[in-house]
Design a protein around this ligand. Structure first.
Ligand SMILES: Cc1ncc(COP(=O)(O)O)c(C=O)c1O
Length: 334
């Protein structure tokens, strides 16, 4: 990832938790993230005893920079932008806003491993980047994650915190390590590390093949009445999924049904919006307290966009004639 420091951890969720620990986030600090993400992003904030503040998304289906500006307060201590389903967020604008307010930017790159923005690897544009290597991600260690840093001080803090506070010094035995704070155990184990190294060699190939398959699908459905998700200029997407928008939720569901009938599936949208949209997380008092009881309608722009989005899963090995099959299924639904 062209950065000097990387720390292997147990999951993408713990990667976020460790990133927040490195920034010394305290109780009641506000951390801004976006409405469309996996529940893990908000969980890491809550686990840090901070308050999740949620922005709307735009047609990138990632953080809306205009809403980000509105949500910044004196209590904002970090911004977590997410490259959902492998498409880069509007990093240039978001980083400029973060810098203007002197707020560190974390990139939740759970879906963006192997992607780029203006030739910069996703996860390395901001101060800290986090990755997930769970079973559903572009590269996997079964479960696992990584945190990357440009700044040694942040790395050192994270390294100690993810290992019970051990300030590792190779010149001393482990029991003589110094400590400045408590921490936790989020260490990746050696066996996962070995799997990760083998996976890493395949990363560029996997992304390249997924992008090829995405292009074949895009070409096949180009005459259908769908609007492709917007990718900011300079994006090199991981193409884990291809997302398009239709007129309304009814039609999105029709697309899903037609795809299922043809032996194809969808990914997250529209069916699993529940775990990926903050408007449905009324089990989190931290969100309800901040946004009111009617959480569903607290992020109306996001709700409207997500309700009419369909996401096609893409892998290296797809079923035979998948572009034609997808085109036929969607054609009938639309
Ligand atoms: C955006 C996002 N952040 C964080 C995570 C958490 O990763 P993990 O499953 O490795 O804990 C995920 C997992 O799907 C994710 O999609």
């Amino acid at each position: 990832m062209k950065v000097p420091y990387a720390l292997a951890v147990t999951s993408g969720t713990s990667a976020l938790r460790v990133a927040l620990a490195a920034l010394e986030i305290k109780e009641n600090d506000e951390i801004i993230t976006q409405s469309f993400t996996f529940v893990a992003t908000a969980e890491a904030i809550i686990e840090s005893r901070a308050i999740p503040v949620i922005t709307e998304i735009d047609k990138t289906l990632n953080m809306d920079p205009k809403d980000l500006e509105k949500k910044i307060t004196d209590k904002t201590k970090a911004i977590i932008v997410v490259h959902m389903l492998g498409t880069p967020a509007r990093l240039k604008q978001i980083k400029a806003i973060a810098d203007q307010h002197d707020i560190p930017l974390i990139e939740d790159t759970a879906w963006g491993c192997g992607g780029y923005y203006n030739d910069i690897p996703l996860g390395t544009y901001g101060e800290i980047g986090t990755y997930s290597f769970d079973f559903a991600k572009t590269m996997t260690t079964g479960e696992g994650g990584m945190v990357v840093f440009k700044d040694k001080k942040l790395y050192d803090k994270a390294a100690a915190w993810h290992d019970h506070g051990h300030e590792n010094n190779p010149e001393f035995p482990r029991w003589e390590d110094s400590r400045s704070s408590s921490g936790f155990n989020y260490r990746m184990n050696e066996m996962q590390g070995a799997v990760g190294l083998a996976q890493l060699k395949k990363l560029d190939f996997v992304v390249k093949e997924q992008r090829k398959n995405a292009k074949l699908i895009m070409d096949a459905i180009s005459d259908l009445p769908v609007e492709m998700r917007f990718a900011p200029k300079g994006s090199y997407e991981t193409a884990d999924a291809l997302v398009f928008l239709v007129k309304n939720n009814n039609i999105a569901r029709k697309c899903r049904d037609a795809l299922l009938e043809a032996g194809l599936g969808t990914k997250i949208l529209p069916e699993a919006i529940t775990w990926h949209f903050a408007g449905t997380w009324d089990h989190m008092p931290e969100l309800v307290n901040r946004n009111g009881k009617d959480l569903t309608n607290a992020f109306p722009i996001s709700l409207e966009l997500l309700n009419r989005s369909v996401s096609l899963p893409i892998s290296v090995n797809m079923i035979e004639n998948f572009p034609q099959k997808i085109e036929k299924a969607l054609g009938s639904a639309l």
